[in-house]
Design a protein around this ligand. Structure first.
Ligand SMILES: [Zn+2]
Length: 304
């Protein structure tokens, strides 16, 4: 299981041991080789050529892009190059503050991800996810006072000295499961899905619950199926805005589907032959190519 899912950083060194070294951080911020990845209102910056690619700015942009409150966040290093990100959502026309702005565009990675180089898509997803966390934690969840960024942007501390709570980036765990029985798997459709798309079942982990119990509960709630042989497969960061998808495979003990109408429009069993016959014109479509859902399905299809 060496292959990583899309949006898991590949060659990035997160430099966790250097984040709290202010001298090292300031050296990287003044290094002409360092790169800056701006995030504007959950949109990343892309270079538009034949394909979309990641647009990196030089650190000389910091003054023009900063309002004094939005500190650069250290993403990590690739080779000798340090990568930072900064939230510039306060700007109404962000391209006006970029020195070399021809051929670059802010866009939604969720639309572009599947056609990008994964290494670049991964970095952009990470930048978007950690900036989102900062936006949501400007105030202390304990006392309500302002917080400020620390440790290269990997924690926020309450500015009220009597509180002094440190907040860390959070990730919401979600289980996603391919449920099989003989030669068939369950695919379901939720109203929020793109037209025709069917996918495997998924749901969020609750406090005090382990991942396997979450899988069993979600599948029973959504389609009335009891499971056995619940086995972990692999995981995928999904920072849209802040999830980790934990992928499983499980065997159904019964086959009568009772889709919960509050969650699903439909749920059905599909055979390998039916799924292998899907074309772009078919009435059902599989999940997007950069998703763990798609990989769980394709791995099962390949096993015949
Ligand atoms: Zn506080």
């Amino acid at each position: 299981m060496s292959r990583k899912n899309f949006y898991a950083t590949i060659s990035l060194n997160r430099a966790a041991n250097q984040r709290s070294d202010d001298k090292w951080i300031s050296e990287q911020l003044s290094n002409p080789e360092s790169k800056l990845l701006p995030v504007w209102r959950n949109h990343n910056l892309f270079t538009q050529g034949d394909n979309f690619s990641m647009a990196c700015l030089g650190l000389e942009h910091l003054n023009a892009l900063s309002n004094g409150k939005n500190q650069p966040i250290l993403l990590g290093t690739i080779g000798q190059t340090s990568y930072f990100s900064i939230d510039i959502s306060h700007l109404d026309n962000p391209k006006d503050n970029i020195l070399y702005n021809s051929g670059v565009e802010f866009a939604d990675l969720r639309q572009i991800g599947p056609i990008m180089n994964p290494e670049e898509g991964n970095l952009l997803a990470y930048a978007r996810g950690i900036n989102y966390w900062h936006q949501q934690h400007l105030h202390c969840g304990v006392c309500g006072n302002m917080t400020h960024s620390e440790a290269g942007g990997h924690q926020r501390r309450c500015e009220d000295k009597s509180c002094d709570t440190v907040h860390f980036p959070r990730t919401d765990s979600a289980c996603i499961v391919l449920v099989y029985n003989d030669d068939k798997i369950i695919l379901a459709r939720a109203g929020r899905f793109p037209a025709k798309m069917q996918s495997v079942l998924a749901g969020f982990l609750e406090p005090g619950e382990n991942l396997e119990d979450c899988v069993a509960r979600e599948v029973f709630e959504e389609v009335g199926i009891n499971l056995t042989d619940i086995v972990y497969q692999h995981s995928q960061p999904w920072p849209f805005p802040s999830s980790l998808m934990v992928g499983f495979r499980a065997r159904a003990l019964n086959t009568d589907l009772h889709p919960d109408p509050k969650e699903l429009e439909s749920a059905n069993w599909y055979s390998r032959d039916e799924l292998k016959a899907i074309t772009p014109d078919s009435e059902i479509q599989l999940p997007r190519g950069d998703s763990i859902a798609r990989r769980l399905i394709e791995e099962w299809l390949a096993e015949e």
